[in-house]
Design a protein around this ligand. Structure first.
Ligand code: CDP
Length: 261
C-alpha cells in the first residue's frame, strides 16, 4: 500500500468489523467508551487530529502513525469516496437519499483511488458531509477502526474535522491544526502541481474559502477545535517543527497509558 494511503495498514479482518453497512447505533455527538478516568488503561490509544483543508493535518497524522506504530485513517477519504460514487452516477451530492446510499456502498479499496484527490470531488465531499444521514453512516466505520487497531499496531491516528469532538471524544491526544487561508491555498497549489495537475492560486483559494464556510457553518458536526485540544497554527511553521510539538504530546500520553497497564 502506498505511503499516502488513507487507511494504513490495510484493513485486517478484525478492523473489517467496522463495516460501512453497519453504522453505529450511537447517536451523533454521544461519548464513546467509558468516561474519562474509568478503565483508561484498557481503552485503545487514539490520536485525534482535526483542522481545515490543507492545514497539514494529513502529513502530521501520517508521520505520527509511522513513528509510533499506530494505524492511520484519513477520514476525509470516506467523504470523498461517498462524493465520488455520487458523481460517478451523475447524482446530486446534496440529495440525502443518494448520498447516504453512496456512503453505505463504500468499499475500503476505493479509499486509495487517486480520483479522490480531484478538486471537484473535494467540493462535493463537503456537500455530502453536511448531510446528517451520511455522517451517521460513516461514524460507525470510524469508531470501529479506532476501537480495534489492526494488529500489530498499538492504537490509531484519525484525521478529519470532527474526530476530537464527535468521533472519538475520549481520544488520549487531541490536536487542532490550522493555518491562514492564503498559506493553505499556496500549499494545496504546490501539492496539485507536484502531482502534475494544473492549479490556479485564485481558484484554489476560492474553493478553500467555500469549503471552510460549508464545513464550519453546517449543523451536523461542524469543523471546530475541541475545547481540550492543543491548537497548532502552522502558518509560519515547517512540518518538522509541527511534528516535534505533536511528538512530545503523543509520547507523553503513550507513556502514561503504558504505565497504567
Ligand atoms: O484534504 P483536505 O483537508 O482538503 O480535505 P479532506 O480531509 O479530504 O476532507 C474532504 C471534505 O470531507 C471536507 O471538506 C469536509 O467537508 C469533509 N470531512 C468531514 O466533514 N469530516 C471529516 N471527519 C473529514 C472530512
Amino acid at each position: 500500500m502506498s505511503a499516502d494511503s488513507p487507511l494504513t495498514p490495510p484493513l485486517s479482518p478484525q478492523a473489517g468489523r467496522g463495516s460501512l453497512q453497519s453504522p453505529s447505533p450511537r447517536a451523533e455527538g454521544e461519548r464513546e467508551g467509558p468516561a474519562k478516568g474509568e478503565d483508561e488503561g484498557r481503552r485503545p490509544f487514539v490520536v485525534a487530529i482535526d483542522g481545515p483543508a490543507a492545514s497539514g493535518k494529513g502529513t502530521l497524522a501520517r508521520r505520527i502513525a509511522e513513528h509510533f506504530g499506530l494505524a492511520h485513517l484519513d477520514t476525509g477519504a470516506l467523504y470523498r469516496a461517498t462524493a465520488l460514487l455520487v458523481l460517478d452516477e451523475n447524482g446530486d451530492p446534496a440529495n440525502a437519499v443518494t448520498a447516504e446510499r453512496a456512503a453505505r456502498r463504500i468499499d475500503p479499496r476505493l479509499l486509495g483511488d487517486p480520483r479522490l484527490r480531484a478538486d471537484a470531488v473535494a467540493s462535493a465531499a463537503s456537500v455530502v458531509a453536511a448531510i446528517p444521514e451520511v455522517r451517521r453512516t460513516l461514524l460507525g466505520f470510524q469508531r470501529d477502526f479506532a476501537a480495534h487497531p489492526p494488529a500489530p499496531t498499538r492504537g490509531t491516528v484519525l484525521d478529519g474535522r470532527d474526530i476530537g469532538t464527535v468521533v472519538c471524544p475520549g481520544a488520549a491526544v487531541k490536536l487542532f491544526i490550522t493555518a491562514s487561508t492564503e498559506t493553505r491555498a499556496a500549499r494545496r497549489v504546490k501539492e496539485l502541481r507536484d502531482r502534475g495537475a494544473p492549479a490556479i492560486y485564485e481558484y484554489v483559494l476560492q474553493d478553500l474559502n467555500e469549503r471552510d464556510a460549508r464545513d464550519s457553518g453546517r449543523r451536523a458536526a461542524p469543523l471546530m477545535a475541541p475545547h481540550d485540544a492543543l491548537t497548532i497554527d502552522t502558518t509560519t511553521l515547517d512540518a518538522d517543527v509541527v511534528f516535534e510539538r505533536a511528538f512530545a504530546l503523543v509520547a507523553r500520553a503513550l507513556e502514561e497509558k503504558e504505565w497504567q497497564q
